[in-house]
Design a protein around this ligand. Structure first.
Ligand code: DUT
Ligand code: MG
Length: 602
């Protein structure tokens, strides 16, 4: 989204540091290990230089070889010993980087997941699922890579470079300066490279998210794809996203290819300078053969960090782009959350619900969808809401559990404004069967009891009976253990609705909201469900959204909505007598009643 302009409370490095809590000391040991093993790199050229000077080219080389042979052995032994030590330190420090990076990954991932759970509806309608998934996977991996690899490479390059530079300066500062004077150019070039490649990584990351979104939407919408036989269209769409991503990847790689020859030439220039200047120094007797051997054995320690810098910068930019996305989630706060002095209300509500002059508009919408809604539902009453599609029924009931906040007015439960209640206490008391039924990949029992261990099997069966689901469930081969959802057996629309109704009932809510819950159920089953709902043994205020008169005619209060306004309210009899919109729908659905009225009039 608008991440480029976002300001976070911490910068990305401070943020990483925060998430290393508990592992910081260990990480520091890892970094020290990296410094140490790079200093140990120097021992080989140092000892080889010594051996060359003492036993091969020095004035007393021949005598030294005979008299001080034990020194030669000791030097050789030291070379092997230090190499061995180096390997151990490398191993240890790599293990540390891996451990710490995994711990950061684990911590941030859990934190993000927790954040996702607490986000409000507006958040989910703003972010695409594929993008959120990319943040949880690819982006997080780039963050892990920063801890495990990029930092190690930075420390390695700098310590190697610094150690070699100190060694060079100490051994022969004039020659050292001649070689080192070239290196600042590389820093400058890397700086130019960074400016070019940073936006590419931001784009690359977007393309990846787009590709993931494309795949995710296609997979979850596979039924529509098949129904419209649009497989080729989908394949093409994905192919475009894939090509786009691949092209951007290639273009990002190409940027380095432009800078690489310059960096490589500078790195290659170093041995040449060493050969030329070192040669002159040796001829003049200002440099021993041993020192020259040590220099040329170490020149890579100066040149390689330069070569490596492009890689490091690339990976750092990848981290930079990804961490921005991760941090955006990390620091996101839902707009709808507990107020500071939120009231706890662990016990059941009486169930009196008041809408007091409520108006509402979606954040991204340009017109209000609800205007001055006022009504009261008394405890244990049933309130029905009807109205044309898009008139605002779902929007209205979504305000009760505070999925959205009204732009004006107030909603009270038992006299307490909903925004003053703890969200958990409020929502725990509301049973909601949503218009789009979502079942999880779980057993039918698991779907009805949804995450609540206290709901026992006999209760699951009881609520399935209330919602007229018990019959068809018992006919299934594995009954309540039948797997449904993504991987399980398919269910019909009406069957799904009935399971979702049982799920809403099973929490014994004090407020029950049924949004078009019986639209796909035949009339007979529907009236059975209604009779059952009347017999539920816990008091509960019920909201029913439906278009069938049969579903709502027995309600204590019927609200008729039109374009976000209540145009009629009252009982069935009152509304029929009023002869307005409700009456029209009633006579339309009950032609017999219309006929009788006509005859009565005659
Ligand atoms: N709307 C939005 N954003 C949303 C949901 C809905 O702008 O996230 C708009 C669409 C519509 C109005 O709000 O114009 C009311 O939508 P709602 O879903 O409340 O309508 P409904 O009465 O529940 O319609 P249906 O009978 O089709 O379920
Ligand atoms: Mg709706």
């Amino acid at each position: 989204m608008k991440s480029n302009t976002k300001q976070f409370p911490k910068n990305k490095i401070a943020w990483l540091w925060e998430n290393m809590e508990g592992k910081r000391a260990l990480y520091f040991v890892g970094i020290l290990g990296t410094v140490l093993y790079n200093i140990l790199q120097l021992t080989i050229p140092y000892f080889s230089g010594k051996i060359v000077d003492l036993f091969l080219t020095g004035e007393n080389a021949a005598t030294n070889l005979q008299v001080h042979r034990d020194l030669l052995y000791r030097l050789l032994f030291a070379m092997v010993g230090f190499t061995f030590l180096r390997v151990i330190v490398v191993y240890g420090s790599c293990m540390i980087y891996e451990t710490v990076s995994q711990s950061v990954l684990y911590r941030v991932r859990n934190y993000l997941y927790d954040k996702l759970q607490r986000q409000d509806m507006t958040f989910y309608s703003t972010y695409r699922t594929g993008d959120l998934m990319t943040r949880q996977t690819g982006d997080l991996d780039a963050v892990r890579h920063m801890v495990a690899w990029v930092v190690r490479m930075v420390v390695e390059s700098f310590s190697l470079f610094a150690a070699a530079a100190v060694f060079f300066l100490y051994t022969n500062w004039k020659l050292a300066l001649c070689v080192l004077v070239i290196s600042p150019f590389v820093f400058w070039i890397i700086y130019l490279f960074r400016n070019r490649v940073a936006p590419m990584h931001a784009a690359l990351r977007e393309k990846l998210a787009q590709m993931n979104t494309c795949a995710q939407e296609n997979i979850s919408g596979n039924r529509v794809v098949k129904a419209f036989a649009r497989e080729d269209y989908e394949i093409e769409k994905f192919d475009r996203a894939n090509t786009d991503y691949a092209e951007t990847n290639k273009a990002t790689g190409m940027v380095w290819l432009k800078f690489f020859p310059i960096v490589e030439s500078i790195a290659n220039l170093m041995p040449v300078v060493l050969l030329a200047v070192g040669g002159v120094f040796m001829i003049r007797g200002q440099l021993t053969m041993g020192d020259y051997v040590a220099f040329s054995g170490l020149i890579w320690a100066i040149a390689n960090p330069m070569r490596q810098m492009g890689n490091i910068m690339n990976e750092f930019q990848r981290f930079s782009a990804a961490s921005k996305k991760v941090m955006e989630l990390y620091y996101s706060e839902p707009k709808i959350r507990d107020e500071e002095n939120a009231v706890s209300h662990p016990e059941r509500f009486e169930g009196k619900i008041e809408f007091d002059n409520v108006s509402f508009q979606y954040e991204d919408g340009d017109l209000p969808v609800l205007h001055n809604i006022s009504f009261t539902a008394h405890p244990n009453e049933t309130v029905a809401i009807m109205g044309e599609t898009g008139c605002g029924k779902t929007s209205l009931i979504n305000l009760i559990p505070r999925f959205y906040e009204p732009t004006e007015g107030q909603i009270r439960i038992d006299g307490i404004p909903v925004e003053q209640l703890k969200l958990y206490d409020l929502r725990k008391q509301i049973g909601l069967a949503t218009q789009d039924v979502l079942l999880y990949s779980d057993t039918i029992e698991g779907n009805i009891a949804y995450g609540d261990d206290s709901i026992k099997m006999n209760e699951v069966v009881k609520f399935a009976r209330y919602s007229a689901a018990a019959d068809f469930i018992s006919k299934m081969p594995e009954g309540y253990d039948t797997l449904v959802g993504e991987r399980g057996v398919g269910l019909s629309g009406g069957q799904k609705q009935r399971i979702s109704l049982a799920r809403a009932l099973a929490i014994r809510p004090s407020v029950l909201i049924l949004d078009d819950t019986t639209s796909a159920v035949d009339m007979e089953t529907e009236s059975y469900i209604q009779r059952q709902l009347e017999n539920i043994n816990h008091a509960c205020t019920t909201f029913i959204i439906a278009y069938r008169i049969s579903s709502i005619k027995d309600a204590d209060k019927i609200l008729v909505l039109d374009q976000g306004r209540i145009i009629e309210q009252g009982t069935h009899e009152e509304l029929v007598a009023k002869n307005g919109y409700y009456a029209t729908v009633y006579y339309h659905q009950y032609p017999m009643a219309a006929k009788m009225r006509e005859q009565g009039v005659k």
